[in-house]
Design a protein around this ligand. Structure first.
Ligand code: ADP
Length: 195
C-alpha cells in the first residue's frame, strides 16, 4: 500500500491536532490522529488499558501496538468509505513518533510533505497544555511533571525521525503564530496536483 500523506509533526501542544482537524475538514484530505484513535478505543479492552498505562505517564505506546491500532483504523475507515485512498490525502497527526515508526510507515504511506510545527519557547506550551487538560479532561496533560516528560520524549525522538525525510519535503513552520497563520503557511506548501 502507498497511501499519499502529509505529516503534521510537532511537540505536545504545538497545535498539530488543531491544524489536522481543520485540514481534514477540506474535501480530499483525511485527518488521522493516532492520539484520537487511541482515546476512542473502548476503555474496557486490553489495548485501551495499555494505552492509558503509557500515556498517563507521558510515555509513548510501543511501536508494534501503535501500528496494530493505526493499520486497523485505516482499514476500518476505508471499509466505511470515510477515507478513500484513491482520492484522499492523509493528514497524519501523531505518527511517526519514533524512528522505527518512520521506517514502518514506509510500508503503508508515501510522505509527500513533512510539516514541522516548531516552537522555540517551550514554556508557552506548558500553559497551553494545562488549559487543554481542563477543557478535554486529559490525564496526560494533568500535571506539569508529565508534560515535561512528554517534551523530553519528543526532543529525544525528533532528531532521529527527521533523518528519515529528505529536506525537499520538509517545512519548518512557526507554531506560535495564530492558528490561521500556521494554516496559511501549511497550505502555501501543499500542492496535490504535482504528484
Ligand atoms: P500530544 O501531541 O499532546 O502528545 P497526542 O494526542 O498526539 O497528543 O498523543 C497522546 C498520547 O497518545 C501520547 O502521549 C502517546 O502516549 C500516545 N500516542 C499517540 N500517538 C502515538 C504514536 N504514534 N506512538 C506511540 N504513542 C502514541
Amino acid at each position: 500500500m502507498n497511501y499519499r500523506a502529509f505529516v503534521i509533526y510537532g511537540s505536545p501542544g504545538s497545535g498539530k491536532g488543531t491544524q489536522g482537524r481543520v485540514l481534514g475538514s477540506i474535501p480530499g484530505f483525511y485527518h488521522l490522529s493516532t492520539g484520537d484513535v487511541f482515546r476512542s478505543l473502548d476503555f474496557r479492552t486490553e489495548i485501551a488499558r495499555t494505552f492509558m498505562e503509557y500515556s498517563s505517564k507521558g510515555h509513548l505506546v510501543p511501536d508494534e501496538l501503535t501500528f496494530q491500532v493505526f493499520t486497523q483504523h485505516i482499514e476500518k475507515m476505508i471499509a466505511l468509505g470515510s477515507y478513500k485512498p484513491e482520492v484522499d490525502h492523509l493528514i497524519l497527526d501523531g505518527i511517526p513518533r519514533t524512528a522505527t515508526q518512520a521506517i514502518l510507515l514506509r510500508n503503508y504511506v508515501v510522505v509527500q510533505r513533512f510539516f514541522l510545527l516548531d516552537v522555540v519557547d517551550k514554556e508557552k506550551l506548558v500553559a497551553r497544555l494545562v488549559k487543554r487538560a481542563l477543557k478535554e479532561n486529559r490525564a496526560d496533560d494533568a500535571n506539569e511533571h508529565i508534560i515535561r516528560e512528554r517534551f523530553a520524549v519528543f526532543d529525544k525522538e525528533t532528531e532521529e525521525i527527521l533523518k528519515h525525510y529528505p529536506k525537499e519535503i520538509m517545512f519548518r513552520i512557526d507554531a506560535l503564530q495564530y492558528p490561521y497563520e500556521v494554516l496559511r503557511d501549511i497550505l502555501m506548501k501543499i500542492n496535490t496536483r504535482e504528484e
